[in-house]
Structures are given as C-alpha cells and as structure tokens.
Design a protein around this ligand. Structure first.
Ligand code: NAD
Length: 438
C-alpha cells in the first residue's frame, strides 16, 4: 500500500514511521522545508523516545521518504492522511481548521483517482464532510473517498501507543474507504487490537469525548486535592483508594498543577464550542476548563506563600517545564502560566529540563537554563518540581538542600515523601493535596 502523510509533527511523523514499519510504502510531506531537510538528513526534529531508531530502520529499508513536493509525494498514493495542526482559533475557542482545509485543497489538486483522503487531525464533528466538499470543489473530476481516523497516541509513549493501541477508530461511509483502511491496519488487526468502524460523525465525536473525559478525570482529582488540603486528607491515598475500584480505574488520577499539552486544553475548548453551536451545552467540560485554569493559578499562590508572599529578589529553581516527561512539547504547559508569574514578580528563575530548552528558550524569556538540577538549585530560595522527569525522581535531597540558600520545596507532582524531604534538611515543603512542612 502506498501512503502519503501530510504533516510531519508529533502525530504525522510517528504515524508515517509506524505505517512504514508495518511494511507500507510511506511518503511524509510537510511544507516546512527546514523540517524536511532535517528529516532527509536522518535527524528527528522532535524528541520522541525510540523514533530515531525506527525511522532510520525504515528509511534504510526504502519504505520511508520525505518531501516538500506534494505532487511527487502523492503520486500513486492510495491513501493520503491529513495530520496537520488544529490549534485553538483565536477569540472563540473553536478548532482552527485552516490548515486542514488548505491541505485538503492541495491534496485535491495533486492526488490520483481512487484515493482515500483520511483525516487524522483532531477535528470537530462535520469536518470530514467539509473536507469532502472542499476536495470536490477544488477538483470536481477527482474520484475519491474520505475517512476519519482520529489518533490517540500520547507523546512520550507514541510508538508503543501506535503499535499497541487500546483501539483504532475508523469512520467510513464507502466500501473503498473501508477496504483501504482495513488493508492499512491489517498488521494490528492480525494481532487482535480492536478496530472500531463507525460513521464519520461518531469517529469525530469519539476523539473529543475521550479527551474531554480524561481532562475531566484529572481535573476532578485536582479539585479533590484542594479539598484534601483543607480537611487534612492525603490525595495520594484518596486516589489509590478510588482507583482500585475497577469502575473508576487508577489512570489519570494523579493530582498535579493542572493539565496542559497540545491536546487537552484545545480539545476541551473545541468540544465546549461545538456544544454551544449545537445548543447542547457541554457544562461539565466548561467547568473543567475553568477549574483547570484556577488550578494553575492556585499553584502560583502556593509558591507565593512559600516565598513569604513576595517573589521579588528570590532565586527559584524550576525542575521540568515541558507539559509532561519524555517530550519536548511545551504547548499549553502549566509552566507557561507559572514561570512568567515568578519572573513577573521579580524572581530570578533557573530552569532545568532534559528536553525543554529548545522550545522553552523562546517561550520563557528572562530565565536561565541549567543542565544539572543541583546547579539550578544552587543558592536558591525555593525549588519547584513541575514536571516529573525520571531525572528528578531520585535526587539526592540532602545535597540539594545543602546547596540552597533557603531549602524550601514545592513538589507539584507529589514525587517526594514529606518525611524524606524533612530528613534531608528542607525547612518547608508543599505538595498537592497533602500535608505540608513549615
Ligand atoms: P504539529 O504542529 O506537531 O505538526 C503539524 C505539522 O503539519 C507541522 O509540521 C506543519 O508544518 C505541517 N503542516 C501544516 N499545514 C500543512 C500543509 N498544508 N501541508 C503540509 N504540511 C503542513 O501537530 P501535531 O501535534 O502532530 O498534531 C496534529 C493533529 O493531531 C492535531 O489535530 C492534534 O490535535 C492531533 N493529535 C495530536 C496528538 C499529540 O499528542 N500531539 C495526539 C493525538 C492527536
């Protein structure tokens, strides 16, 4: 099967590489010439564990190519995937579909007859039909079908998620699209991963409903954590006690500084917007968005208190700024709310993140970058653990405390135990939804 993948971001590149590993012949197309030049040299432009090795293997096997030339990339392709960004549209929270529609128009002019145009980007209900209309308007003589194939991979574990998915969702309305999609996913089908075939609208809804539900679960435990702090309960014990109930499950029940990333914030906003448009308000999702913003602001309050209600002149070490570990993605990371509040309040902020510097340098002006957490914490008045990279999970706390001017810690991922922090010489500690020190 010859496949073209439009967009070589976190989703497009991983999907393209994994499809080629299934044995398909894949061409990845992007209009970012720099990205394509780097890919052609064998460089992976994003940080995603294992992607470099898998990419090299399939390039060597001759099954994976990169180009900016859409016409050449689409030649002979039986399936063209659109995996471009759908960020929040400025002003109204709606998903910005301009990249998807621009790609659809480009595809209409370059694709061969018989092609199946598959939308992998996360798009509001009705978009696949709009893609079909756009393609038909741009090239009335093209013989094509559309399919919806939302992606559920998680950055940081993307390859495993793609190769061993909980399910694959395929929205189709024609026999040709059904047979092309089954052919593409046959390797997963043979290994008995569930492939759910739906109509176009249901496939589009599944993606938003799933993401909004996960965001709700995180936000629920964050709100419970705020109450735990008031009543003297420990949210870690509470979430363990809840999560062992099979009906609830233990995933996404870790209290933290609020969700971020390239999906939950924009997808919850888009779902709320879709609800408004169809006069079926998504009240729970709307509340989730509001509570998540409040959660991030609550974190700033915690830090402020630890700094004696004044950031000015304080040296603050921040460990982790990416929205979660094992990715370099900074989109909508809680750090983008928390760090500017520190800098704006007059703190000297020293950041350490294993992969965050490339994006972070642009997004977090006024901070200094350090490769070593101990170095970042030198002479600091406060240590903030913001992203739970493995590198920060087993720090020598005594060494950190010794090097600090005033050993205080805000552990916004509940990585450390209060007793250990105290034993190491910290004089103050706050986590999320648990007892504090000092
Ligand atoms: P991204 O911003 O990392 O990548 C998008 C790429 O598309 C960029 O390289 C850009 O240059 C390219 N592009 C844009 N318009 C183009 C065009 N007309 N022709 C060729 N290339 C074009 O985005 P992403 O994070 O990979 O997300 C893509 C989609 O997948 C979004 O809808 C997102 O919601 C969805 N999604 C993302 C994730 C995730 O974890 N990142 C997970 C599931 C679904």
């Amino acid at each position: 099967m010859k496949i073209a993948m439009i967009g070589t971001g976190y989703v497009g590149l991983v999907s393209g590489v994994c499809f080629s590993d299934f044995g398909h012949d894949v061409v990845c197309v992007d209009r970012d010439a720099d990205k394509i030049a780097r890919l052609e040299k064998g460089e992976v432009p994003i940080f995603e564990p294992g992607l470099d090795v898998l990419m090299e293997k399939n390039v060597k096997a001759g099954r994976l190519n990169f180009t900016t030339d859409l016409k050449a990339g689409l030649k002979g392709a039986q399936a063209v995937f659109i995996a471009v960004g759908t960020p929040t549209r400025r002003g109204d929270g709606h998903a910005d579909l301009s990249y998807v529609m621009a790609a659809a128009e480009d595809v209409a002019k370059a694709a061969d007859d018989g092609v199946v145009i598959v939308t992998k980007s996360t798009v509001p209900v009705g978009t696949n039909r709009k893609v079909a209309e756009t393609v038909a308007a741009a090239n009335p003589s093209l013989d094509f079908d559309v399919a919806s194939n939302p992606e559920f991979l998680r950055e940081g574990a993307a390859i495993d998620d793609f190769m061993r998915p909980d399910r694959v969702v395929v929205g189709v309305e024609s026999e040709r699209a059904t047979s092309v999609m089954s052919e593409i996913y046959r390797p997963l089908f043979l290994r008995e991963f569930p492939i759910i075939t739906t109509d176009l609208e249901s496939a589009e809804m599944i993606k938003y409903a799933a993401n909004a539900f996960l965001a709700t679960k995180i936000t629920f435990i964050n709100e419970i954590a705020a109450l735990c702090e008031k009543v003297g309960a420990d949210v870690k014990q509470v979430s363990r006690g809840m999560g062992l109930d099979g009906r609830i499950g233990n995933k996404f029940l870790h209290a933290g500084p609020g969700y971020g990333g390239s999906c939950f914030p924009k997808d919850t906003k888009a779902l709320a917007r879709i609800g408004q448009e169809y006069a079926a308000p998504m009240r729970i999702t709307e509340a989730v968005i509001e509570v998540n913003e409040a959660t991030k602001r609550r974190m700033i309050g915690k830090l402020h208190e630890l700094c004696g209600d004044d950031f000015n002149g304080k040296r603050v070490a921040v460990l982790g700024v990416t929205f979660k570990p094992n990715t370099d993605d900074m989109r909508d990371a809680p750090a983008l709310t928390i760090v500017p509040a520190l800098v704006g309040g007059g703190a000297e902020v020293r950041v350490c993140d294993p992969q965050g510097k490339r994006e972070g340098e642009r997004l977090l002006p006024g901070v200094s970058w350090h490769d070593d957490p101990y170095e970042a914490a030198k002479e600091a008045d406060l240590l903030v653990l913001l992203t739970e990279w493995n590198e920060f999970r087993a720090l020598d706390l005594s060494q950190i405390a010794e090097g600090m001017r005033s050993p205080r810690m805000a552990d916004l991922r509940n990585v450390y135990a209060l007793e250990d922090v105290e034993k190491a010489g910290f004089t103050a500690y706050v986590g999320i939804g648990r007892k504090t020190l000092g």
